[in-house]
Design a protein around this ligand. Structure first.
Ligand code: ATP
Length: 279
């Protein structure tokens, strides 16, 4: 079976000389829910942007479900189609502010409808019903006709998850989806990511500042430090002592947010890591 995400020898140095990613090798199997943790500046967002094909690497290769996203600094020709299979929960470009929430969610189907329909923003009754159902699943159906700009931060993240559902995304990439949310909103967003993982079979890769949230929701954690993977294994094994070994003084930043997490309720756990593979 193809890996859902396969990264080989990925490297990126920005123009300012900053080595943001160094020799990243990563394989995520279909149906896994994986946390990406690390102190500020460790490369989490940069890695996710590379996976989405939004930033090109200096070297290395990325494939999603066997389809090349980028290879040796070149984006795949069919990058738009590859992206159509990815659900993005990225704060900076989650939604189009001036459009109603329902239209934003319907935008998840745009890769499937002819251009003239997307230009006219015309959707079939079935498509609208599907988008409405997805908004109901994430608990914000009552907001469907509001402009996206009027949603709270947590509601915007939930709308982005609804869009991934409508889009039929096989991989969901979430970049610090709970970074600026209160504990209750954080719990809802993480519960929803766990649901799309469990119920829709989406592979989820989510960057988090808080290791306790990783522990609660993600059987597997990949930890970055200064652009390198320093740990890839069961979240449960990430004890404060190991984090201090891996991160030194930076461990305090990762452990400092503990209170934020202890106030979250226990969700239903997804499958334990590693997910057994069919022969
Ligand atoms: N466009 C850019 N130009 C120059 N340097 C960049 C750029 N984007 C990221 N960097 C640098 O690359 C490194 C990794 O940044 P990145 O945003 O991926 O870290 P992060 O782990 O997501 O941090 P945070 O948790 O604070 O969001 C940082 O040193 C950052 O300053």
């Amino acid at each position: 079976m193809d890996a859902a995400i396969r990264v080989h020898a990925l490297a990126k140095t920005f123009g300012n000389g900053r080595k943001a990613l160094q020799g990243i090798d990563l394989e995520v199997r279909p149906g896994e829910m994986v946390a990406l943790i690390g102190a500020s500046g460790s490369g989490k967002s940069t890695l996710l942007r590379h996976l989405a094909g939004l930033t090109l690497a200096d070297a290395g290769r990325i494939e999603l479900h066997g389809r090349v996203v980028q290879d040796n600094g070149k984006a795949a020709r069919d990058i738009r189609q590859v992206r159509a299979g990815i659900g993005f929960v990225f704060q900076q470009f989650n939604l189009v502010d001036r459009l109603p929430v329902l239209v934003n969610v319907l935008a998840g189907t745009l890769h499937r409808v002819p251009l003239w329909r997307s230009v006219l923003r015309w959707f079939s009754a079935a498509e609208k019903a599907r988008a409405y159902e997805a908004l109901a699943r994430v608990g914000i159906a009552e907001c469907c006709l509001q402009r996206a700009s009027t949603l709270s931060g947590g509601q915007q993240q939930r709308a982005a998850i609804a869009r991934a559902m409508v889009q039929g995304a096989r991989v969901v990439l979430a970049d610090e989806p709970i970074a600026s949310l209160d504990p209750e909103s954080s719990r809802r967003v993480m519960d929803l990511l766990a649901r799309v993982n469990r119920e829709d079979g989406c592979t989820v890769l989510v960057s988090l500042h808080q290791v306790n949230v990783a522990l609660k929701y993600c059987p597997r954690t990949v930890a970055l430090h200064q652009g390198r993977i320093v740990y890839d294994g069961p979240s449960a094994a990430l004890t404060p002592a190991l984090l201090r070994d891996l991160y030194g003084a930076d461990a305090d930043e990762i452990l400092a947010l503990g209170d934020h997490i202890t106030s979250l309720q226990e969700p239903r756990r997804p499958a334990v890591w590693p997910v057994p593979q069919a022969a």
